[in-house]
Design a protein. Structure first.
Length: 184
């Protein structure tokens, strides 16, 4: 994606993925890619808080993508890039919501109808987004929360959900799935 041409020197592709991949841990990128391509067969409905390189990456791997962003200038860059890509690629149906500047809890995301197979939280007010996301995640869906190494309260996620902490030496991305656990 042309809007981000480089990453920080301490963020090589082996740790954070390539410049055209989401800025998540490399392990998380692999798990999400497997989920979208293999398990969901490119048919997933996805909601993401925070636009960026994840936006086209997910759009190539899903059927429908809803993106919520608060920064108008950044949002316009991502939107322009998505329009260019849409002209030459078969991207998912893309819906975008520019949250109002004073809308700290992204309440506008409530206009995204139905349940989602994958929800990515990588924007502002992540804990508030998490509380909303729990009611929008489809059964057996995947919830991705970036930067869980920071002091975010994720206690709202049910303890019964399968949790994967995926570090890269710089930060932590956590993925939860509401899937039945195997009995031993």
């Amino acid at each position: 994606m042309a809007i981000i041409s480089t990453r920080a020197a301490n963020s090589p592709p082996s740790i954070t993925g390539d410049i055209d991949e989401p800025w998540l841990t490399g392990y998380a990128i692999g798990v999400i890619n497997w989920f979208l391509e293999r398990e969901m067969n490119h048919e997933a409905r996805v909601l993401e808080w925070g636009a960026g390189t994840s936006t086209p990456w997910i759009a190539w791997r899903s059927r429908e993508l809803w993106t919520v962003e608060h920064d108008r200038k950044w949002f316009e860059l991502v939107k322009a890039e998505m329009r260019k890509l849409k002209e030459c690629d078969d991207l998912a149906e893309w819906h975008y919501i520019l949250a109002a500047k004073d809308e700290l809890d992204y309440q506008s995301a409530r206009s995204a109808p139905g349940l989602f197979d994958l929800i990515l939280i990588d924007g502002r007010e992540r804990v508030k987004c998490l509380s909303y996301a729990l009611g929008k995640l489809a059964r057996f869906g995947m919830l991705v929360f970036d930067n869980t190494d920071r002091d975010y309260d994720t206690s709202a996620v049910p303890l019964a959900w399968h949790r994967m902490d995926l570090p890269n030496g710089l930060w932590l991305t956590t993925i939860w799935r509401d899937i039945p656990r195997r009995r031993r």
